[in-house]
Ligand binder design. Structure first.
Ligand SMILES: NC(=O)c1ccc[n+]([C@@H]2O[C@H](COP(=O)([O-])OP(=O)(O)OC[C@H]3O[C@@H](n4cnc5c(N)ncnc54)[C@H](O)[C@@H]3O)[C@@H](O)[C@H]2O)c1
Length: 432
């Protein structure tokens, strides 16, 4: 099939590369010219395991193309995926849909024959209706159809998630559209992915409800971890014991810092705004948002306690600063709260992240990036394992830290507390 992905971010680039790998002709378009020229040179603007090889292979084959020319991209494609960002609005908690609406206005100029326009971006329920209205102002109804196909991939595992999704959700009531989209996904369906056809609004809401539920699971286990700490129970036993119940499931039951990333925080906020619009009270999701905010504060107060409330001039090392492992994405990472707070209190912070320097900390006094783990840890009073990269799982801290009484605070429970005890290291985890 001939496809076009508008917005070459985490979702557009990964799904574009994967669709082309399945044998489709894919044009990836972004208004960011720098991104497009980098991609044409084989430079991948984001870190996602396996993506570079996949992009290079399919670009070389000619099936994957990059452009900023919208007229070309629309006229050459039958199916157009909108994959632009839907961040939180500046002055409210609602999703900012301006990128989606701008794209809708821009593409309608070039629709001359039938096109399927698919929102892959996460958009509040009824956004598809609004996109339909925008396009139908200039284009005859028979020349286009609007479908919703929310994306469920996880950063860090995006290629695997795309190729082996739990489910593919298509929201459309148009027969022709459903037939074409099902055919597009048939290689994944034949490998076992469940295919669900629902209304467009239904598909939009499935995405928000799923993200809100996952955020709830994380906040739930984080709060149970607090109780574990008070009662000398190991949270891992609870996660395993609960997760084995098929009605609950083991995934997203690992206690850690406040959830972050480009989806859960903004999507939980946005669904609350949507519920207000439709006069419905989503009280559970509201308390999840509150719980997650409290989590950030709680972990900061734990850090203060570990340093006996003497943060000034303490050397603090962060291992990993992204919101989770295997991504370079800093959006709403809990380190964005922690590092500036501790720096303001006078801590001297070094951080190491496998994906390198982060511009977010560039202008913060007393915060510096180290290009290797040893330099980052060397003079530390406190080492905070903030993300669960494999790189941090077998470090010998005794060999790399110069200080005697340093503390390790493992916010992901990736180290063995028994081993740390044996090595005589002051070690704290979450809910342990
Ligand atoms: N990142 C994830 O893990 C993930 C997973 C599932 C769903 N989503 C959803 O997918 C959407 C995209 O997320 P993302 O993380 O890929 O965003 P992103 O910010 O990484 O990428 C969006 C891209 O769209 C481009 N863009 C914006 N306006 C444009 C326009 N008018 N024309 C062409 N390009 C334009 C931007 O330049 C940018 O490159 C969001 O709605 C998000 O909630 C994200």
């Amino acid at each position: 099939m001939k496809l076009c992905m508008i917005g070459v971010g985490y979702v557009g680039l990964v799904s574009g590369a994967c669709f082309s790998d399945l044998g489709n002709d894919v044009i990836c378009l972004d208004k960011d010219n720098e991104k497009i020229s980098k991609l044409k040179k084989g430079i991948i603007p984001i870190y996602e395991p396996g993506l570079e090889e996949l992009v290079k292979k399919n670009y070389k084959s000619g099936r994957l193309k990059f452009t900023s020319d919208l007229k070309y991209a629309v006229s050459k494609s039958n199916v157009i995926f909108i994959c632009v960002g839907t961040p939180t609005k500046k002055k409210s908690n609602a999703a900012d849909l301006s990128q989606v609406y701008n794209v809708s206005k821009e593409i309608r100029k070039y629709i001359k024959k039938f096109k399927i326009i698919v929102t892959k971006s996460t958009v509040p329920v009824t956004t598809g209706d609004a996109v339909q209205n925008i396009i139908s102002k200039k284009i005859k109804k028979k020349l286009f159809s609007i479908a919703s196909n929310p994306e469920f991939l996880r950063e860090g595992e995006a290629i695997r998630d795309f190729n082996y999704p739990d489910r593919i959700v298509i929201g459309s009531s148009d027969k022709r559209t459903n037939k074409i989209l099902k055919l597009l996904y048939s290689p994944l369906i034949s490998k076992g992915a469940k295919y669900i056809n629902t209304s467009r609004r239904g598909a939009e809401l499935i995405k928000y409800a799923s993200n809100a539920f996952l955020a709830t699971k994380i906040s739930f286990i984080n709060e149970i971890a607090n109780l574990c700490e008070k009662t000398s129970v190991n949270i891992e036993d609870i996660s395993i014991g609960m997760g084995l119940d098929k009605r609950i499931g083991s995934r997203f039951l690992r206690a850690g810092p406040a959830y972050g990333g480009s989806c859960f925080p903004k999507d939980t906020r946005a669904i609350i705004e949507t519920s207000k619009k439709f006069n419905t009270d989503l009280s559970i999701i509201k308390s999840v948002i509150k719980s997650n905010k409290n989590r950030s504060k709680l972990l900061l107060s734990r850090i203060s306690q570990l340093l006996k409330n003497k943060i000034k001039n303490k050397n603090v090392c962060f291992l990993g600063v992204t919101f989770k492992a295997n991504t370079d994405d800093m959006r709403e990472s809990s380190s964005l709260n922690m590092i500036p707070y501790l720096a303001k209190k006078g801590a001297k912070i070094k951080y190491y992240d496998p994906t390198g320097f982060k511009k977010e900390f560039k202008n913060i006094k007393n915060v510096s990036n180290s290009s290797d783990i040893k330099t980052a840890c060397k003079d530390s009073d406190l080492i905070i394992i903030h993300t669960e990269w494999n790189d941090f799982k077998s470090l010998n801290f005794k060999n790399i830290v110069n200080r005697k009484n340093f503390i390790v605070y493992d916010m992901r429970n990736i180290l063995s507390s028994e081993k740390m005890k044996k090595d005589n290291i002051k070690y704290f985890g979450i809910g342990r």
